[in-house]
Design a protein around this ligand. Structure first.
Ligand code: ZN
Length: 143
């Protein structure tokens, strides 16, 4: 089965609206029972496989939404899309706060480690200057 057919099947299987969301495991069972994709091959796929398929469908423009607290569902409209975007933004902010705490208020470039200004800390920054973010990425080999 082609990827387009997989996406169409996902759309057909998933309930519409956040209030009707099902779990990723339930979607996996539904997809597995259909044996519709080489990744799924008859048995119940791993949740990491189902999540990968959800993300691939999202990148292909399918309005499938997922949230760890809610499950997976088809968007009932833009309001649900924006609601989830804001939830994800909050998750990012929480991760940034944790990164700052772990980083101990210092520049995250290992060759710098300067004390960060209050202004940088308040906006969740991890580097004393923009160039140090770039240098740190180069050092990690992932600019
Ligand atoms: Zn620095």
């Amino acid at each position: 089965m082609t990827r387009d057919n997989l996406h169409a099947t996902m759309e057909a299987l998933l309930p519409v609206g956040r209030a009707n969301a099902i779990s990723v495991a339930q979607l996996g069972e539904l997809l597995g029972s259909k044996s519709i994709h080489y990744l799924l091959e008859g048995s119940r796929p791993a949740s990491s496989t189902v999540r990968r398929l959800i993300h691939a469908a999202q990148e292909a423009g399918v309005q499938v939404l997922s949230s760890p607290r809610v499950g997976v569902w088809m968007a009932a409209g833009d309001a649900e899309v924006l609601e989830l975007v804001e939830e994800l933004r909050e998750t990012v902010r929480a991760l940034e706060r944790r990164m700052q705490v772990i980083n101990g208020g210092r520049c995250a470039l290992i060759t710098c480690r300067a004390e960060l200004s209050g202004k940088i800390k308040r906006r969740g920054g991890l580097y004393c200057m923009p160039g140090h973010r770039y240098q740190a990425a180069v050092l990690r080999g992932s600019s």
